[in-house]
Design a protein around this ligand. Structure first.
Ligand SMILES: Nc1ncnc2c1ncn2[C@@H]1O[C@H](COP(=O)(O)OP(=O)(O)OP(=O)(O)O)[C@@H](O)[C@H]1O
Ligand SMILES: [Mg+2]
Length: 266
């Protein structure tokens, strides 16, 4: 059913810009002044193939957000290189980070404007994206009028408005209740299948990683290293309660527990 450890991602799809959507190549990252440096990431190499859905899993504080920020270009690695040949990736965080004084539609249009979409095309495109995340009719709603799940849908539509080939997601559903999260997992899987996006999805939730990913990469802590990876050969759409999802989750959780024990935390 599943194979483990360090298989190379599949070769490039036809028409893609390169053999990978993101290449993280021997990346290390330290913070702090000389003499008081903290190494957070150590020699991490991960390729994300075009159209691939990769989940990055690890304990709190192991450096997942740090790595995602490096891929987003928000910070630079101390060593190693990161390439995203398709251009600037789109980002989605745990907090929706929508502008509260703008409506749902206007939040999306802002991203379209920054991308250079002509004014006349912005509204229909924003409506199309809202429909894609199943929020038809929410164009004129202000952020405070939307539920948490609806806000994350708008945030997803705004990320998609950037028209990037690579979507970086940092625990985007962590603050939602289990049922809303379940629905958004289905939506994300559907959108990923419809758009052929590459996704690098950070989570500390093993089940979520197995529910969503084609590949799950487990990071160790202090410093963060690639501990192991799994290919998830369970057909989509999966359900979080599927027995195959549960079985692999148990295996991965065991490994994650081992990592946490080894580093004496949590
Ligand atoms: N800009 C920074 N300056 C100094 N230290 C930092 C900085 N960013 C992150 N760190 C440190 O790097 C380590 C990893 O942080 P990071 O936020 O990447 O972890 P994480 O895996 O995303 O955790 P969580 O699951 O809780 O979100 C932490 O010890 C954090 O304090
Ligand atoms: Mg984080």
């Amino acid at each position: 059913m599943t194979t483990s450890t360090l298989t190379k991602p599949a070769a490039a799809d036809a028409g893609s810009t390169g053999p990978y959507a993101a290449r993280i190549h021997h990346v290390s990252k330290s913070f702090g002044r000389p003499g008081a440096r903290q190494q957070v990431l150590d020699d991490i190499s991960i390729d994300v193939a075009p159209g691939e859905f990769v989940c990055l899993l690890g304990a709190s504080g192991c450096g997942k957000s740090t790595l995602l920020n490096l891929v987003a270009g928000l910070d630079a690695p101390s060593e190693g290189t990161i390439e995203t040949p398709g251009g600037r990736p789109a980002l989605m965080f745990q907090e929706h980070a929508l502008f509260p004084w703008l409506t749902a539609g206007r939040n999306i249009e802002l991203a379209l404007r920054l991308r250079g979409v002509p004014r006349a095309e912005r509204r229909p495109e924003a409506e199309r994206l809202l429909e894609l995340v199943r929020l038809k009719g929410a164009y004129g709603k202000r952020v405070h009028e939307l539920s948490g799940g609806m806000r994350q849908r708008v945030a997803m539509a705004r990320a998609l408005a950037q028209d990037s080939q690579l979507l970086l997601m940092d625990e985007p559903f962590a603050a939602l209740d289990a049922i809303t999260r379940d629905v958004l997992h289905d939506e994300l899987t559907r959108i990923w299948q419809e758009t052929n996006l590459s996704v690098l999805f950070v989570t500390h939730n093993v089940r979520e990683a197995v529910r969503l990913g084609e590949r799950v990469v487990l990071l160790s802590s202090r410093p963060g290293r690639v501990a192991r990876e799994w290919r998830v050969d369970i057909p989509q759409p999966r359900r979080i309660e599927d027995s195959a999802v549960a079985d692999l989750s148990i295996e991965i959780t065991e490994q994650l527990r081992g990592e946490i024990r080894r580093h004496g935390q949590h």
